[in-house]
Design a protein around this ligand. Structure first.
Ligand SMILES: [Zn+2]
Length: 85
C-alpha cells in the first residue's frame, strides 16, 4: 500500500487521501495480475504528473508550464511589433 509521495524529493507521508492524486496500475505477470498504487501529494501533483513506461513502471514527469511558455512565446514577437495608430 502507498505510504509516501512518489516524488523522491518530497516523500511526504500519506495520512489522508484528501489532496493529491492516487493511481492504480495493473500488470499481468503470467497468470497473475499485480496491482500497485501510487500517490502524488497535492503540492507535487501541481508540478509533476505520472509517467507510465511501457514496461509498467511509473515515474514522474514535470508538467508542461503552458502559462509560462505562452508568455515567452507571445511576449517575444510582441516585442518586435510596432503598433501605429
Ligand atoms: Zn509530494
Amino acid at each position: 500500500m502507498i505510504s509516501q509521495c512518489l516524488n523522491p524529493a518530497c516523500r511526504k507521508e500519506l495520512h489522508y487521501l484528501r489532496n493529491g492524486r492516487v493511481i492504480r496500475t495493473t500488470r499481468r505477470i503470467g497468470a497473475e495480475v499485480q496491482v500497485e498504487h501510487f500517490w502524488l501529494c497535492g503540492e507535487c501533483h501541481m508540478d509533476f504528473d505520472f509517467l507510465f513506461a511501457k514496461d509498467g513502471r511509473v515515474s514522474l514527469a514535470p508538467r508542461p508550464r503552458f502559462i509560462a511558455t505562452a508568455h515567452v512565446d507571445i511576449g517575444k514577437p510582441a516585442m518586435d511589433l510596432l503598433l501605429v495608430s
